[in-house]
Design a protein around this ligand. Structure first.
Ligand code: KG4
Ligand code: ZN
Length: 364
């Protein structure tokens, strides 16, 4: 079936057309309009500006995705849309547009959870990937482990109790004066640090893997440690917030911080695999684009004798194709939305509306 899917949960206005069938998945188009340049001026996403930028972009992005796919609107069998979690104003733009489109085409509207969507990007890596699998989702808002026993049935096994990994990467990058968003710049800087062996210095960064029986993470201690280290260096060298830090020091921080992140995440991943016995592992989310995390997770999964599925970097960040893939499985499970479909900022508020039956979502 042909699904047109819209994603607008944060600062990317995205639309894709995907063709999905049992054991066969194809991306016909995947248009992403990024607002990064706009938000870079403020050093972070400004929600009000993001909503307005989505309004400006959405019909153009959808039109482009349809054109590139080379389909007629009448070929579309269903419309998928991200409805939670994310920035509420941003989500509402995609949800409203998707509702109107589905209604005018007379096709089903499929609500998709953004995090399930990230995981579904992995379906494009292999036509044979099917649940059950273990999903490690590392993004700007999430660092979580899920047992995925059916394509729509996710059980949270562990999660961050405070900041997400991406958030911590961005914050440390920002304080070091790296371009927004800091994650990708930290990746490159850490590579130089690793090459120079700077992750094995005398500084021991705290682990984000919580030292208890859970599979939970905490990134706030690691983030604060790095920020203190940076402030101390500035004071020692008599540098203001505007002055550039020495390159050598920045590489040391990026490498040490990244090593702590990858070690912490892989240790809980390993524990999760041992406890649950899943043989297939999916790594997904924006931070799954991190070269060091990809390498560390691949090494861990191979040592455990399991199979790893990681989306190509182009499908790690927010995009419509991943939403289209998850929409297909939601469709097969009978999940539909009516005109009352709303947007929810958090998984918790979405779940509360689900329990109350006020979210416009139903099953056929
Ligand atoms: O999944 P995503 O696009 O949006 C959310 O759902 O949150 O993730 C965005 C996050 C940002 O924090 C960004 O800095 C981070 O992913 N990111 C990276 C890399 N590329 C993107 N973090 C570390 N290394 C990267 N190469
Ligand atoms: Zn995302």
């Amino acid at each position: 079936m042909i699904i047109l899917a819209i994603e607008s949960s944060c600062d990317e206005t995205a639309c894709a057309v995907v063709e999905m069938a049992q054991g066969r998945r194809r991306i016909l188009s995947n248009t992403v309009y990024s607002q990064i340049a706009t938000h870079a001026l403020y050093g972070g996403v400004v929600p009000e500006i993001a909503s307005r930028a989505h309004i400006d972009a959405v019909s153009r992005v959808v039109g482009e995705a349809v054109k590139v796919a080379g389909i007629a609107l009448s070929d579309i069998d269903a419309v998928g849309v991200t409805y939670a979690p994310g920035l509420i104003g941003s989500l509402l733009v995609g949800v409203s547009f998707a509702k109107s489109l589905a209604s005018s085409l007379g096709v089903p509207l499929i609500p998709v959870d953004h995090i399930k969507g990230h995981t579904a990007a992995a379906y494009f890596t292999s036509d044979s990937l099917e649940a059950p699998f273990l999903a490690l989702v590392v993004s700007g808002g999430h660092t979580s482990l899920y047992g995925v026993d059916t394509p729509t049935g996710f059980t949270e096994l562990g999660a961050t109790r405070d900041d997400a990994a991406g958030e911590a990467f961005d914050k440390v990058g920002r304080i070091m004066g790296l371009p927004y968003p800091g994650g990708a710049a930290m990746d490159r800087l850490a590579a130089k640090g690793f090459d120079g062996g700077k992750d094995h210095g005398s500084v021991k960064f705290p682990s984000p893997a919580i030292a208890d029986e859970t599979l939970d993470f905490s990134f706030s201690g690691l983030k604060t440690f790095a920020l203190n280290m940076i402030n101390t260096e500035r004071q020692k060298a008599g540098l203001s917030d505007k002055d550039d830090l020495p390159e050598d020091f920045r590489e040391t921080v990026a490498a040490g911080f990244t090593r702590a992140v990858t070690d912490g995440i892989t240790s809980k991943l390993e524990e999760a695999v041992r406890r649950t016995g899943y043989r297939k592992i999916v790594l997904a989310g924006g931070v799954a684009a991190n070269t060091h995390l990809r390498r560390a997770v691949a090494a861990t999964v191979s040592r455990l004798g399991a199979e790893l599925f990681v989306p190509p970097i182009s499908l790690c960040g927010d995009n419509g194709a991943m939403i289209g893939a998850q929409a297909y499985y939601e469709y097969l499970a009978g999940v539909r939305a009516n005109d009352y479909l709303n947007a929810y900022a958090s998984d918790e508020s979405a779940a509360a509306a689900r329990r109350d039956g006020t979210d416009g979502i139903y099953t056929v």
